[in-house]
Unconditional design. Structure first.
Length: 400
């Protein structure tokens, strides 16, 4: 009979294999706040090109002050789920402010967007229904769908013909309700979903449409509402999930925003909402301030857009192989995991903090450096980073 020692030794063996394959993810320890420049234990003043801190709100003075004031007024935590005694006035206020921002009827907060997706599908769909999901959807969507009994169909990434085909398959299987679900923005490639076409296809087929807006809320579209604004379908998406952990301050927290009856049912039945703690007051206060800032003017998202196109053009001119697009996620393709690791390491030595992504986060052979600019970066910082990319890229023969 295998012993518990065998169990631990099997884990050590598998970890050894991950390391030997060059696939071990090592966490770098930062000793500063998140920002356009950060310090780690080994390096100080690195230009930071990897955070989801799109608008620079994680350490924005007004956001930090709002968190501090809310901490003073409403305490550190509630020690409760929402329906027992975890709902404060500010939770209700943030839910209604998010609904206004996103153009929906109502919003429900979760501890994370992972939980929002995890508690969505099972609550709304039964065995008679079908969910049709883009094959590259985020892990939390995949897991959420796994938990529900609906028939599961996947369409090829960003392939409208296949989406139509899968909807016909769902009809042929006698599906009652159909929900098409896609990332608004796919985080590994920066690809933006063609929501205008997807909405039209859903309408032809009588399907609901849901999107995960984690990499869009706050900056995509001309007033930063998200992919639905950018693609001209604002107010016409049935369900939006998103995060407070990226552009909207970067701490944690997620939400689902939809028609009132959808949100009402989630409050009754969604397991991560019913069985997990309420969002901390300071995060809620900071989220409200983030929305104040974004509704007051579009300066931050405009700067992000400028920085994105400037840096993308700069990397392209140096000869790097970029996945095309316009999102602040700029994938620099190097294909091999090992090259991604070495390029990231060399850039770090040159004062630029980027992360290599490789299997299993992206498919084998598609390793990359995922660059991300923020609204905070100055032109001088971006130019310094481009010089480092030129040097490291030439040394490692990634560019000529
Ligand atoms: C980051 C991310 C999530 C998870 O968000 P959290 O709030 O950190 O749990 C979910 N979906 C997508 C597409 C994401 O990029």
């Amino acid at each position: 009979m295998p012993t518990t020692d065998d169990f631990y030794s099997a884990l050590r063996h598998e970890l050894g294999q991950i390391e030997a394959a060059g696939l071990l993810k090592v966490e770098r320890v930062m000793t500063s706040a998140q920002g356009s420049q950060v310090s780690t234990r080994e390096n100080s003043e690195l230009i930071n090109l990897c955070a989801n801190n799109y608008l620079g709100l994680s350490a924005h003075p007004q956001v930090v002050a709002a968190a501090r004031e809310t901490l003073d007024r409403r305490g550190f935590g509630l020690g409760s789920v929402r329906f027992i005694c975890g709902t404060q006035d500010i939770h209700k206020e943030l839910e209604s402010r998010l609904s206004r921002f996103l153009g929906t009827e109502d919003t429900i907060l979760y501890g994370s967007a992972f939980d929002a997706n995890g508690g969505l599908f099972e609550t709304l769909l039964g065995a008679e229904d079908a969910v049709i999901s883009d094959e590259l959807n985020h892990a939390s969507i995949i897991d959420g769908i796994r938990l529900c009994k609906a028939k599961r169909l996947r369409f090829r990434h960003d392939d409208m013909e296949d989406l139509r085909h899968q909807l016909r398959e769902a009809d042929a299987a006698g599906a009652r309700h159909k929900l098409v679900f896609t990332d608004g923005v796919f985080s590994m490639d920066g690809t933006i979903a063609r929501l205008d076409e997807i909405r039209a296809i859903c309408d032809e087929s009588g399907a609901l449409l849901g999107i995960d807006e984690c990499h869009a809320t706050g900056f995509l579209g001309k007033t930063g509402r998200g992919t639905h604004e950018l693609k001209g379908v604002f107010g016409r998406v049935d369900i939006i999930t998103g995060t407070l952990g990226k552009a909207l301050g970067g701490a944690s927290g997620g939400f689902t925003s939809a028609r009132a009856e959808v949100v009402a049912m989630l409050r009754q039945r969604s397991r991560p909402y019913l069985f997990s703690n309420t969002v901390a007051p300071a995060i809620v206060g900071a989220g409200l301030k983030a929305l104040d800032l974004l509704e007051a003017d579009t300066g931050l998202r405009d700067r992000l857009e400028d920085n994105s196109s400037y840096f993308r053009a700069g990397l392209g001119a140096l000869g790097f192989d970029l996945k095309p697009g316009s999102h602040p996620i700029i994938p620099v393709m190097v294909h091999e995991a090992d090259t991604a690791q070495r390029l990231a390491q060399r850039l770090l030595e040159l004062g630029v903090y980027v992360t290599g992504f490789f299997y299993p986060v992206v498919p084998r052979g598609q390793a990359r450096i995922r660059v991300r600019v923020s609204a905070l970066h100055t032109r001088a910082q971006l130019d310094t980073a481009l010089e480092a990319f030129a040097q490291a890229g030439q040394e490692l023969k990634v560019i000529a």
